[in-house]
Design a protein around this ligand. Structure first.
Ligand SMILES: Cc1ncc(COP(=O)(O)O)c(C=O)c1O
Length: 377
């Protein structure tokens, strides 16, 4: 079954902003709407798919389903740590100075408590592990970093960072939204304490749903910054709800904020099943292959300047470049039915499994036409 409409003239290279919903996911939402428009009891089905989706997400990151909880977006997942960890004045939190703001504001918000938020200066717009390592002190409590940098697609060495954090007793947080579902990730071998991701990009799911992972052996306790009624264990008995002194659950569900966006999560379930059935390793290979072709072209002339790393270890499904007038180029591509994005003066191309070699060739044809357009001469 085709999961996406025939692309026709339109070429979508913008999954790093918003991912398209596969047909199975759209259908799932429609079914749920149908079901909930009638007089049926939705509860049993809801509990079934909660477990199933956590198992599928667990497969994707090598985690046990019990270590996974739902979140509305990446910021929400990160905020669970920012609000649930007991910070003392003087505690240090390290971030990158080129981090997407979802991973800065939950932390700078803690400055009122006397927490020191320190931005590691990037080198050539890459997170510099040496600078980070030298900056660590006795007071360093947290490193929070994105797996894949949002505007140039730089894939951070999250395993090496995990080892450093493990050795130095630093609680290690990864914002995985730009890697989930398109670049492999293993929370265990990377020693990640908390991982957060929204679903609306490479997980091909609606806005408003996502998830977090919290390690069983996390270096710091994450308490409930907010306490929802689902955070205590009702043992699925909702007949006697006037019990106001139940203890928080032991599992990560203690951090759950009660009723979640069911339709969105229902759709996310289908999207994740699809991605797992294709295999994240294979998707990554495919995406790298497409971008190889673009890199070959970009390297061949001096009108365009590559902004992403060419080192295979640091490459992802995002590739960015520039020229003298990148805003104009972005618009030119859009006018010619090629949807990319424009971030930090760069044209950003995101390639995913529904993109084809023919589409990359079309992009290159357009780049060539832009380079040779008469008004430049
Ligand atoms: C690295 C990164 N983190 C987070 C987000 C989004 O955060 P949220 O899911 O909270 O909207 C984006 C893009 O929108 C991103 O590129």
């Amino acid at each position: 079954m085709r999961q996406f409409p025939e692309p026709g003239e339109k070429i979508y290279f913008n999954t790093a902003s918003i991912g398209p919903w596969p047909k199975d996911s759209r259908q799932a939402i429609m079914e749920l709407i149908e079901q909930w428009s009638g007089l049926t009891d939705p509860t049993p089905k809801v509990f079934d798919f909660w477990r199933e989706i956590k198992a599928e997400l667990g497969k994707m990151i090598n985690a046990h389903p019990d270590q996974i909880g739902f979140a509305f977006n990446t910021s929400h997942g990160l905020s669970l740590a920012a609000t649930g960890i007991d910070f003392k004045p003087g505690d240090e939190i390290f971030l990158s100075d080129i981090e997407f703001p979802a991973n800065t504001y939950p932390w700078t918000n803690l400055r009122d408590k006397g927490v020191e938020v320190k931005f590691i200066k990037s080198t050539d717009r890459r997170f510099d592990i040496d600078i980070f390592e030298k900056a660590i002190t006795e007071k360093t409590k947290i490193l929070s970093i994105s797996y894949i940098q949002f505007f140039n697609g730089y894939k951070n060495d999250i395993r090496k960072l995990g080892e450093i954090c493990k050795d130095r007793g630093i609680f290690y947080i990864v914002d995985a939204i730009q890697g989930m579902g398109n670049v492999p990730i293993d929370v265990k071998s990377c020693h990640i304490d908390l991982l957060a991701s929204g679903g609306h990009k490479w997980l091909l799911s609606p806005v408003g749903c996502g998830f977090f992972y919290l390690s069983e052996n996390s270096k710091l306790e994450v308490k409930q910054g907010f306490a929802g009624w689902f955070g205590v264990d009702w043992k699925q008995d909702f007949t006697n709800l006037l019990r106001h002194n139940l203890e928080p659950r032991k599992s990560v569900e203690r951090l759950s904020l009660s009723s979640v966006p069911y339709p969105q999560i229902y759709a996310m379930h289908e999207s994740i099943k699809l991605i797992n059935s294709l295999g994240v390793e294979r998707i990554y290979e495919h995406n790298l292959g497409l971008l190889d072709r673009l890199i070959e072209y970009l390297q061949d002339q001096d009108f365009y300047r590559i902004a992403s790393s060419a080192d295979i270890y640091h490459r992802s499904s995002i590739f960015s470049f520039s020229c003298q007038n990148p805003a104009e180029l972005y618009k030119y591509l859009a006018d010619n039915n090629i949807i990319a994005s424009y971030r930090e003066n760069l044209v950003r191309i995101s390639a995913n499994f529904y993109n084809s070699r023919a589409q990359i060739d079309k992009l290159i044809e357009n780049l060539e036409r832009f380079r040779n357009r008469p008004e430049r001469k």
